[in-house]
Design a binder for this molecule. Structure first.
Ligand code: SAH
Length: 395
């Protein structure tokens, strides 16, 4: 089904320039009969063609523009063209024996909003962000069959329930993986599981940050890794020569998962500290014990609710930095990461500035990271570059 939808005049210019995200506020009227996966033909109020996309509900919007060419159809050939280009751009990663997990297709950055594809050591993981894009699955799977070799394909339906992952089996086709699967990233081994809930064990967008920690910042240092999940940053630090790492995460699973990551790299987990507790309680404990770390890593979720408190990056990140700075040694380094597009780099640096000022600590920014190249973004949609990581040294 195709629906012709007119754009409000004020929005026409940005869509002509390639803006891909369709939101409720830019369209004049949607038919009652519209269904996810339907094609949307966007026109201006004079009925002139602007672009074509699909209807699919995400937290960000109600669909994505996929082309500004009126004659282009969304079929297997379309998906194949987009995927072929994205695969070609990842050739250096496919050819790199030290890195066997990376993003192959990054949604709107590679021309199709609402879907990503990651490669994990011979397996592919597709993430669908709306029911709408999931309607196109047969085209994408066909395109993959024609373009890539794989052992198996898994998927995550990220639209199932608000914040809740309900799918029990994520296997799609090919052969099933034997999990945990060991992948490599710049020579570091990580254990991943593509069929265990919403996450896989590793966030591939932090690859360059992990490498930088290992290569430049860890040697001889004491490292505190907060919101540590499976301890990926801790492993990188330990391999880089950290004296000791302390990983703190409130989730029970983090303990066995972090041990597993250390073991995968030949590091005895008993030489490291792994705490299952609320990070904010840990800060209190560390202050009381007069602990001071050379390197403190902050990588919270944008929003989290634990039994005791809620954390929202927008509201609470500044205080989180103050807490971190209070247990950072003189000339120590804080690595602050945020993955919400609601906070810009400028605003994020503002949090660092204010937090250091209020803590009476002078600071100096040493490094900044955003998404790595395989998490391709487009100029037309800069908010797609959600990752901000700042390394700063406090006096
Ligand atoms: N830094 C990790 C990814 C963090 S994911 C990495 O590099 O892989 C976010 C983690 O924060 C989750 O594992 C979640 O359990 C944890 N978390 C959320 N709120 C928390 C809190 N208040 N205290 C400790 N951990 C928390």
């Amino acid at each position: 089904m195709e629906h012709t939808v007119s754009l409000k005049t004020k929005a026409v210019k940005k869509f002509k320039q390639g803006y891909p995200l369709i939101t409720k506020d830019v369209v004049n009227h949607l038919s009652e009969s519209i269904e996810e996966g339907n094609v949307l033909k966007l026109v201006d109020e004079q009925n002139r063609f602007i672009g074509k996309g699909y209807y699919g509900i995400q937290n960000k919007g109600i669909g994505w523009v996929l082309t500004n060419d009126a004659g282009e159809e969304f079929d297997t050939a379309f998906f194949k063209r987009k995927l072929q280009k994205s695969i070609k751009e990842r050739k250096p990663l496919y050819d790199n024996p030290d890195t066997t997990a990376f993003r192959v297709f990054n949604a709107e950055g590679d021309g199709i909003g609402g879907v990503t594809i990651d490669f994990y050591g011979g397996y592919y993981l597709i993430q669908w962000y709306s029911k709408g894009i999931y309607e196109f699955r047969s085209y994408l799977l066909k395109a993959m069959d024609e373009l890539v070799e794989y052992k198996g394909i898994y998927q995550k339906k990220r639209f199932d329930k608000a914040g809740q992952y309900v799918e029990e089996d994520d296997f799609v086709k090919g052969e099933r993986g034997d999990f945990p699967l060991l992948i490599k990233e710049n020579g570091i081994r990580y254990a991943v599981d593509l069929n265990e809930g919403a996450m896989t064990g590793i966030f591939l967008d932090q690859r360059n940050v992990r490498k930088t920690i290992r290569d430049k910042y860890a040697n001889g240092k004491t490292v505190l890794n907060t919101f540590s999940y499976t301890g990926a940053f801790s492993v990188a630090a330990a391999l880089g020569g950290a004296v000791k790492t302390t990983s703190v995460d409130v989730a029970n699973r983090s303990l066995p998962k972090t041990k597993e990551q250390f073991l995968a790299n030949g590091i005895d987990p008993d030489t490291q500290e792994i705490k299952v507790m609320d990070v904010f309680d840990y800060f209190g404990y560390a202050v009381k014990k007069n602990l001071a770390y050379d390197l403190v890593i902050l990588d919270p979720p944008s929003f989290a609710r634990t039994k005791k408190r809620t954390f929202s990056s927008q509201k609470d990140y500044k205080q989180l930095i103050k807490d971190a700075v209070s247990i950072t040694a003189k000339k120590g380094i804080v690595i602050a990461s945020s993955n919400t597009s609601l906070i810009s780099m400028a605003k994020f640096k503002g949090f660092i500035e204010t937090a250091c000022k209020e803590s009476n600590r002078r600071y100096r920014i040493l490094e900044e990271f955003s998404l790595p190249d395989d998490f391709k973004t487009t100029k037309a949609f800069p908010e797609g570059n959600y990752l901000k990581v700042v390394f700063f040294q406090v006096q």
